[in-house]
Design a protein around this ligand. Structure first.
Ligand SMILES: [Zn+2]
Length: 147
């Protein structure tokens, strides 16, 4: 519930999008796919990015960067099983005492760290309920009947 309210508040704030709301831009990212996703969700403007000084990158406020993280890292970690599927990653508010749980490959780690630091979040592994992966008693019973 809190996450949904924060999301709505961020979306409302993005309606009055301005320079001080820009966290990063699409040119800040080294990974080509992540940069493309950022370009798709960011706003094109000639303002300089305060992180990389690019004038050409699509500028991302908090809500847009949150969407980029969700689309690229969370939805991108979806694993399909025979009768279901679930994402492997989630992200949430960064806690002072927590360590980085997910170690990304070197070529992606800088980009992931930039998102984590900009949003004040941390990526975490997610253990989905087994029903999402297709472990459902009626289905298992049906499979025993058919076998
Ligand atoms: Zn930038």
């Amino acid at each position: 519930m809190t996450r949904a309210l924060n999301y709505l508040a961020d979306k409302l704030r993005s309606l009055s999008f301005g320079r001080r709301d820009t966290l990063v831009c699409s040119d800040c990212f080294a990974d080509r796919g992540l940069a493309l996703e950022a370009r798709k969700l960011g706003q094109i403007s000639k303002r300089k990015c305060r992180h990389c000084n690019s004038e050409m990158g699509a500028k991302l406020d908090r809500a847009a960067l949150d969407d980029v993280a969700e689309n690229f890292f969370v939805r991108g970690s979806f694993v399909r099983t025979e009768f279901g599927g679930a994402t492997v990653l989630r992200f949430g508010a960064w806690r002072q005492d927590s360590h980085r749980e997910v170690r990304f490959p070197t070529w992606l780690d800088t980009d992931a760290r930039l998102i984590e630091n900009s949003l004040g979040i941390g990526f975490r592994y997610y253990g989905p309920p087994t029903w999402r992966l297709g472990e459902v008693e009626p289905l298992e019973s049906l499979m025993h009947i058919l076998a």
